[in-house]
Design a protein around this ligand. Structure first.
Ligand SMILES: Cc1cc2nc3c(=O)[nH]c(=O)nc-3n(C[C@H](O)[C@H](O)[C@H](O)COP(=O)(O)OP(=O)(O)OC[C@H]3O[C@@H](n4cnc5c(N)ncnc54)[C@H](O)[C@@H]3O)c2cc1C
Length: 464
């Protein structure tokens, strides 16, 4: 199948955002106002923070300021894999916080259960399906690593059902699969843009004031609270929660911990009944392969396939630019890999191609903290797994701003910060060397070279 032909008519825009369900923008902020809590950023981090602040205390006056549109960034253009894991997967959590991994897994599962309850409770129409995730091995070396993680998961009481070659192909029919396992409970699939728009509606229903197209340009301390300046006005707030992802941080120190990494995805046209039958996929799980440069893929409600991942691109200099959201070489590579995985779907066309920027930090999972004398909280660094974990991050910020000691705030994972990235140009050289080494590891039975082993020892990493 010629990948260029399959891509020829694809719209250059995120599939989920290209939807008639997209609401009209809420008004900009004009003039001066005050609030008990100002939330900056209208992605999942900001939306969950505003919503749960009102749920905790309905009398709180909450305002949310979004520079562009609710959910336009990573939150509205991702794969929609909503994972229980708060640590970018069990293996990363075990490596970094072995003594508290059981607690982290329990809190993550509770968090995912609560997301499901919120979706039901506010009747958010986002095609939420708790399908679990299939982890598939396409090379023999991946099977060994997966068996080890799955064995530990099972010891911890997490449902990781092993599937041999025949059984995994009976779930999803690809000639590339050698085996794997089905993580039954730890993942739900959803339409991320419709979740963001649904959370926006839920926030409004509780009385959160939301202003879109209202970027916060500056933030400063005043005796009467934190002062946020926007193009046509400002907010004086007792507390501020930052959910600004990878964008230019209002708190300078965050820029040492975050790098923008671009991730790309394709969406196919809907599969016909025969095409779907040729793939199976009756249980509709999310699927991820176990390579270092991994693919993730899933079905939508109308049986399209979203196919993303593999290349995780850092553009030297670390800028965030609209033109980086399209990358022809990556789309061609992704299309080729798609037809290698599903040769029976030759002839299927892609309708959408897009990229988005991920807030990567060196420990692959979010970090949290307070600044400005405890009046400002932040949560960032979800590194490509934030659809579920942002709700946990929002809860951490609210605990911290409230001065509460909770099970969450006592976690070492919450109290510690990641290692900072070195400044440019060393940053670019180091990241490109890491990307090159990761690609080589995949070609050489997963063997990690001296550079990767040194980074592993330092606890420094690069991922999407
Ligand atoms: C292609 C892609 C696929 C992904 N797939 C998955 C997946 O399947 N599963 C998963 O768990 N995660 C996935 N992720 C990651 C996930 O989308 C993110 O972790 C999550 O959405 C982060 O949410 P956020 O609210 O922190 O950040 P964002 O969604 O980036 O939102 C930040 C918001 O803050 C606003 N903002 C920034 N600065 C200001 C300012 N000064 N004033 C006002 N507003 C401001 C921005 O405009 C933006 O709307 C993927 C990401 C990408 C890009």
């Amino acid at each position: 199948m010629d990948p260029l032909k399959a891509l020829a008519d694809a719209e250059r825009t995120p599939y989920w955002l290209d939807s008639p369900a997209k609401p009209e923008p809420l008004p900009r902020l004009f003039g001066e106002t005050t609030a008990d809590l100002a939330v900056v950023g209208g992605g999942f981090t900001g939306l969950w923070t505003a919503l749960m602040a009102k749920e905790r205390d309905p009398s709180l006056d909450v305002v949310l300021l979004e520079g562009r549109r609710i959910g336009w960034a990573a939150s509205g253009r991702n794969g929609g894999f909503t994972m229980a894991s708060l640590t970018h997967g069990l293996a990363n959590g075990l490596e970094r916080w072995p003594e508290e991994i059981a607690t982290l897994e329990r809190l993550g599962m509770d968090n995912l259960d609560e997301i499901g309850r919120t979706v039901d409770g506010y009747a958010i129409d986002c095609d939420y399906e708790r399908t679990g995730e299939l982890h598939v091995a396409t090379e023999p070396w991946q099977l060994d690593e997966m068996r080890e993680t799955a064995a530990i998961a099972r010891e911890m009481g997490i449902r990781f059902d092993p599937l041999d070659r025949e059984r995994i192909r009976a779930e999803v029919n690809s000639p590339t699969y050698l085996g794997g396992h089905w993580e039954r409970d730890g993942c739900a699939m959803l339409d991320p843009a419709r979740l963001a728009w649904g959370l926006r509606r839920a926030c409004l229903s509780l009385g959160v004031r939301i202003h879109e197209r209202t970027p916060v340009r500056h933030l400063r301390d005043t005796p009467a609270g934190l002062d946020l300046r926007t193009p046509y006005g400002g907010v004086r707030a007792a507390g501020v929660a930052l959910g600004t992802g990878v964008f230019r941080p209002l708190l300078r120190r965050l820029k040492h911990f975050l790098v923008p990494v671009y991730d790309y995805a394709l969406m196919t046209e809907p599969l016909s009944a025969e095409q779907l039958a040729s793939v199976g996929w009756h249980n509709r799980q999310g699927v991820g392969d176990a390579a270092n440069q991994f693919h993730y893929y899933r079905l939508t409600a109308d049986n399209r396939i979203l196919w993303g991942g593999y290349d995780a691109v850092y553009y030297n200099g670390g800028k965030v630019r609209p033109e980086y959201e399209q990358r022809d070489a990556t789309f061609v590579k992704l299309a080729e890999h798609f037809f290698t995985t599903f040769p029976q779907l030759a002839g299927l066309r892609f309708t959408h191609r897009w990229g988005g920027v991920i807030d990567t930090c060196s420990r692959f999972s979010a970090f949290y903290g307070l600044a400005h004398g405890g009046r400002l909280a932040y949560a960032a660094g979800y590194t490509g797994l934030g659809v579920g974990a942002t709700r946990f991050g929002a809860n951490v910020m609210l605990d911290l701003l409230g001065g509460e000691r909770t099970e969450r705030t006592e976690l070492r994972m919450v109290r510690e910060k990641p290692l900072p990235f070195p400044p440019e140009p060393v940053r670019s050289v180091g990241i490109q060397m890491t990307r090159w080494s990761i690609a080589r590891a995949d070609l050489h039975q997963g063997r990690r070279n001296l550079w990767l082993r040194t980074l592993d020892r330092l606890g420094l990493g690069f991922d999407s």
